[in-house]
Design a protein around this ligand. Sequence first.
Ligand code: ATP
Length: 255
Amino acid sequence: MDSGQDTVLECRGVVKRYGALAAVDGVDFNVKVGECVGIGGPNGAGKTTFFDLISGLTPVTDGTITYKGSDIVGTAPHLLCHRGLARTFQLNSGFDDLSVYENVLAAQAFGRRSAGGIVLAHKADHEAARRILADIGLECIASEKVAGVSVLARKKLMVATALVNEPDIILLDEPVGGLTPPEIEEFIALVQRFKARGLTLVFIEHVMHFLMAVADRAMIMHQGQIIYDGSPQGLSTDKTVTEVYLGSAGIGGAD
Ligand SMILES: Nc1ncnc2c1ncn2[C@@H]1O[C@H](COP(=O)(O)OP(=O)(O)OP(=O)(O)O)[C@@H](O)[C@H]1O
């Protein structure tokens, strides 16, 4: 068992059953400080359920999940967020009737480590909100209502709301799903920038080009189990991955 200081997240024998279906079926998974892990796998493989278990949205059936050395099984999602475990969702979330800027302030107020019901934004919160929006390229639409912004802007906003409280690990569920190829390139550059600053990141993504471009490590799930955990470059030559996940299209055809 790896319980070294540099391990942020450690999952052992994690299982989630829905009746007879094992959506997640005995997963062992570690993430180290500064690592960027891309999770792939066919539809229904159990990827989002695995994120739901880590982030406390769904109770585990069995197994242990340790975050920064503490057992977090049974911990509520908002408490995990306060402890620095941030997560985004497959579907674009956000408060449509608030501006881009107000969404970041709301994420700060409810997600910060000292959150305790006090939602007043202080000077430092405004500065941090402006900083993250500039960093992520949203400052020019900061005052626009989220209802009217593009899919790319919503995707970026989700990352901004997760990053504004400087999490120790961030889980992104399909960060580039629905984006055009040029938008995906923009997102690759963005994630690489945050990676270079030491961000610890785990993401789920069907777009293999994105996974190959940003992940240090790839983990592929199938029927609730891990069928590959290794270098992204090794994916294209792994027989099980090629047969189960990519089919005859090969690694380049999975976009
Ligand atoms: N609340 C639930 N009740 C019953 N079955 C569920 C529930 N949530 C997920 N499942 C089932 O668990 C399995 C894994 O689903 P999950 O959404 O985790 O897959 P995924 O790999 O994220 O798929 P996708 O790539 O399509 O998002 C699927 O068979 C799904 O139907």
